[in-house]
Design a protein around this ligand. Structure first.
Ligand SMILES: [Zn+2]
Length: 404
């Protein structure tokens, strides 16, 4: 039951019903394409005439296009409808510690080009370089430019478009959305990376069944972050920064985290924490981070070593799996999701660690239903983050209308 917020409510106007039906039609087409007008009318339980004005509007604006005819055994073959995606471009920008990826995708997340650049520590320098790369990837592409979706490792206030805090990048209260919008002349959407991965799973579902609209996406990379979706909607919280499970403590006397607190889940399970454990280096030691960043060995190498039965690498990964399971148990106890999707390089070792993660979840949950919550490695093969960045723009076109 949701209470109407009388301070923000807008009354229904004559166009409200049409707006709602237009969004329903768009989503029906997107989910069932190619689809005929008759099938659409049937799914909405109305006559063909009732959807005609909205269909004409969608076709006129080329949001929806006609293409092909269906093979029916007899009678007139119906013209099939699709969402136009091929010449609608989105630029996906994934800012990470070390490097930033800029990808041009269409509106169905087909990747067209991919550029990588070093992430400068100065946000202004980053904006400049990303803007130049955006111009380069869009050069000569005629069609609709939907905008730029930027994801960062850190907390983002969506309303102001500012990065509130990124322990990895060392940024506090930084605006990159506005300067990037000015430099590119395009709409820019900014989001925390794990949140964007969860949004990606809403609009391009791959891991969970489509009817499961409550789930968590836990991204294990340089840091550990969570995107929570309840009833198809992101849990954002009052200040928009909800879901920072990576910085809940497993042990208040544990190793010092990048955020400055002790014993965070992230300090046990991030790629850096796993590598430090393998090396036998103290994660709390400020010098460890520098040594890890300068070291040749990264998490993918470590997983490769484990696959070749390297004992130290196997142990380091299994230890991470156990702590990760304890963290996921907390997410399950707090939110009761239908499933948890785990993303990040570590999923490359899922065959080795999957069982250890499940075992730890079983150890730390309270009911049989909670114990059997599926924990699934993301099936997008490393594209989850870019998919999330593109989804920020896709969501604008297909999201449910704000009515009351
Ligand atoms: Zn922390």
């Amino acid at each position: 039951v949701r209470k109407i917020n009388t301070r923000t409510v807008q009354r229904a106007t004559r166009t409200t019903q049409r707006d709602i039906n237009r969004r329903i039609l768009l989503n029906l087409i997107r989910d069932h394409q190619p689809i005929s007008r008759a099938d659409l009318a049937r799914r909405m339980n109305v006559s063909l005439g009732a959807i005609k004005p909205i269909m004409d509007e969608l076709l006129d604006s080329r949001t929806v296009v006609e293409g092909g005819t269906a093979n029916t055994p007899r009678g007139r073959k119906p013209t099939m409808l699709h969402i136009r995606t091929r010449d609608r471009y989105a630029v996906a920008v994934d800012v990470r510690l070390g490097h930033t990826t800029v990808a041009l995708t269409d509106f169905d997340f087909r990747q067209l080009t991919l550029e990588t650049l070093e992430t400068p520590s100065d946000p202004r320098a980053l904006v400049e370089r990303v803007a130049a790369t955006v111009a380069k990837v869009l050069n000569g592409r005629s069609g609709t430019h939907e905008g730029v979706g930027v994801i960062v490792p850190g907390m983002v206030d969506r309303r102001t478009g500012r990065v509130v805090y990124s322990p990895q990048l060392g940024w506090r209260d930084v605006d990159i959305r506005q300067p990037l919008a000015e430099a590119t002349g395009l709409r820019v959407m900014l989001e925390n990376a794990p949140t964007a991965c969860a949004i990606g799973e809403i609009w391009f579902p791959t891991s969970l069944a489509p009817d499961q609209d409550s789930f968590a996406y836990v991204a294990v990379s340089d840091g550990v972050g969570t995107g929570l979706v309840l009833n198809g909607e992101l849990v954002r919280g009052h200040k928009e920064t909800a879901g920072e499970f990576g910085h809940l403590p497993l042990d208040i006397n544990g190793p010092r985290c990048l955020c400055g607190l002790r014993g965070c889940l992230e300090a046990y399970t991030s790629n850096l924490a796993t590598l430090a454990r393998y090396r036998g280096w103290d994660y709390s030691d400020p010098g460890t981070l520098d040594r890890l960043r300068q070291s040749e060995l990264d998490i993918v190498d470590l997983i490769r070593l484990a696959a070749r039965s390297d004992e130290g690498a196997t142990e380091a990964l299994l230890e991470t799996a156990r702590y990760l399971g304890y963290g996921l148990a907390g997410v399950i106890t707090a939110f009761s999701p239908a499933g948890i999707i785990v993303g990040g390089e570590i999923t490359g070792a899922w065959e080795l660690i999957g069982e250890a993660v499940q075992r730890a979840v079983r150890e730390r949950t309270l009911t049989e239903a909670a114990r059997s919550t599926p924990i699934l490695p993301a099936s997008t093969q490393g594209a989850s983050r870019l998919r999330g960045a593109t989804s920020l723009l896709v969501a604008l076109s297909f999201r449910a209308p704000d009515v009351i």
